[in-house]
Design a protein around this ligand. Structure first.
Ligand SMILES: Nc1ncnc2c1ncn2[C@@H]1O[C@H](COP(=O)(O)OP(=O)(O)OP(=O)(O)O)[C@@H](O)[C@H]1O
Length: 544
């Protein structure tokens, strides 16, 4: 997978080796046990119980320590990988100007949260299990061949059945996991959509249909999840059966050989008790890595489904916002803003120039491209042709962040965070002095029981439309920008509230600020220095 960090690669490698080392210690521990038990049976005088117990417990402690260290390295490496992917999703989505084909915010949240977590068991278990399966069975087979061709034959026949069956099951598990992942994304999207429209749905009495819709979607997800689990349980049962049969056959051969009932299978010699017990102890360990790999195979199927989804998401060719996010000093002094040969989404915009301190209204019929022009001017989108120029320099990656830091943005549909009103204005920074008065918010706050600490929902719950608009005006003025770009700041407001917003904007302009406003409101447009009327003509170009 792309975007591995050096430390996560090191952690995975080290964790995998430690896990192999932990398994290898069993070969020595089993030899100590076998030799001690055999001595007990044949010549107890040579047995030193203290030495035997000490060696056994030291080896057990070593094995436990190696396993714990391995788990820790692998867990840290998995955390690092998942964090990097989560950051990638957050960064790319923050930079994209178009929604992902994967789905809405719910689907993306499910990908960044729940689905990425499906990678964790794979990252922690699959590679170590694969490494153990490549080494341990071969080493144990070598030991078995040395002592008994019969035991080696049993292991050789039973062992490969596990990977073969595992591969067959893997196909079914992967497609079941893919269907489950799609279902998780769709259910998350449905949840986000319905929650956003909850009050409207209640008003039109669509509650029962909504509940039915959820019930259907969760039932689908339940079925998908059950089919994944069914495959997992069935396959692990079959695999357990193979390994149990293998171990049982070794045990039968060893038991009858030690009893003297079988005289074949040990290269013509008699099987010694130590060798017999050793083989008996090693047989389960021959199958254990293969069983671990079979379990991790399911993790792999789920992880591959997530990886495919991430690969599809990465392959999307979406336009990105120019420049990185905040943390950059604002442009000073304010530049002259110019449009040069701009054509975007089939709309040709007029050549225009706006100097600092000017107040400009963009007017024109609905759909003519006013909001789009504001987004181009703010550097939130890049024009298909032509350029937005700041003092003659094209607005691009080199200056977009600083440009956006020097302007305030009042969107047509305000969005809030589920935090306090104060936080929604300044995002944790101290409020500019006089800001609440300038945005005509002081009176509004007096009427709220908790004032500026009142909690807002994502859609501005607890505020009227006009009050919400004043909050976005305050947000746009916070940080003393040189320019405010406002999209329909007085739309849907009564005359008195519209005037209050207009007065707030004009007060900003009187302090020398530049205003660029898209509006259908003649009263607001009339108070601007200049009006630029955009209008659709036959060839879809706009003109002044
Ligand atoms: N993200 C987008 N992707 C594709 N087309 C878009 C997008 N946003 C707007 N458009 C299209 O661009 C054109 C201009 O839209 P825009 O919102 O800029 O118009 P407007 O003049 O602001 O309209 P209104 O006065 O109704 O707000 C419209 O035809 C619209 O469908």
């Amino acid at each position: 997978m792309r975007l591995q960090t050096a430390s996560s690669i090191r952690g995975e490698g080290l964790g995998t080796l430690l896990s192999l080392a932990a398994s290898l210690t069993w070969l020595v521990a089993a030899a100590v046990i076998a030799w001690s038990l055999a001595a007990l049976l044949t010549d107890p005088a040579v047995l030193s119980p203290v030495l035997m117990a000490t060696s056994f417990f030291a080896l057990a402690a070593l094995r436990a320590a190696l396993s714990a260290m391995s788990d820790r390295c692998l867990a840290e490496a998995a955390d690092a990988r998942i964090d990097v992917l989560r950051q990638e999703i957050a960064t790319v989505e923050a930079q994209s100007t178009q929604p992902s084909a994967l789905g809405g915010p719910g689907a993306l949240a499910a990908l960044a949260g729940e689905k990425l977590e499906a990678l964790r068991p794979y990252l922690m278990r699959y590679r170590p299990a694969r490494m153990r399966s490549a080494v341990m069975p071969l080493v144990i087979l070598g030991i078995a061949v040395w002592h008994s061709w019969a035991v080696a034959l049993v292991l050789l026949l039973a062992g490969p059945l596990i990977p073969v069956f595992m591969a067959l099951v893997g196909w079914a598990a992967k497609s079941a996991s893919e269907r489950q992942m799609v279902e998780i994304g769709q259910l998350s999207d449905l949840l986000v959509d319905r929650l956003a429209a909850l009050s409207d749905l209640r008003l039109i009495g669509a509650g029962p249909q909504m509940v039915d819709g959820f019930a259907r979607a969760s039932e689908d997800l339940r079925e998908r999840t059950m089919s994944v689990l069914r495959i997992a349980f069935l396959s692990s049962t079959v695999l357990e059966l193979f390994s149990a049969l293998g171990v049982a056959m070794v045990a039968i051969w060893v038991g009858f050989s030690l009893l003297g009932e079988l005289s074949w299978g040990a290269w013509g010699t008699e099987l010694s008790p130590a060798a017999g017990i050793y083989l008996l102890l090693l047989a389960p360990e021959f199958f254990q890595p293969l069983r671990d790999l079979a379990a991790a195979w399911h993790d792999r199927a789920a992880a591959e489904a997530v990886q495919d989804e991430i690969a599809g998401w990465r392959a999307e060719d979406r336009p990105v916002r120019v420049g990185q996010g905040g943390g950059v000093a604002a442009l000073t002094p304010q530049p002259v803003l110019r449009l040069s040969g701009v054509v975007h989404r089939g709309i040709a915009y007029p050549e225009l120039s706006i100097v600092p301190g000017e107040t400009v209204a963009l007017t024109g019929p609905s759909g003519c491209g006013k909001s789009t022009l504001l987004r181009l001017l703010a550097g939130l989108e890049q024009p298909d042709q032509g350029a937005v120029l700041l003092d003659g320099q094209p607005l691009d990656d080199s200056n977009a962040a600083a440009w956006r830091a020097s302007l305030g943005w009042m969107p047509q549909a305000p969005h809030f965070l589920n935090r306090s009103l104060r936080y929604n204005i300044a995002f944790g920074a101290p409020l500019e002095p006089g800001l609440l008065d300038a945005a005509q918010l002081a009176q509004v706050l007096k009427a709220l029981p908790k004032g500026d600490l009142s909690l807002l929902g994502e859609r501005g719950a607890g505020l009227s439309g006009g009050e919400a608009r004043r909050v976005t005006l305050a947000r746009a003025m916070q940080g003393a920008p040189g320019l405010i770009i406002a999209d329909e700041p007085t739309a849907d407001l009564d005359a008195a509230t519209a005037k209050a917003i207009t007065d707030g904007l004009m007060r900003f302009a009187q302090t020398g600020g530049t205003l660029i406003i898209a509006t259908h409101d003649p009263a607001l447009a009339g108070r601007m220095d200049r009006q630029i009327a955009l209008g659709k003509s036959e060839d879809l170009s706009c003109g002044i």
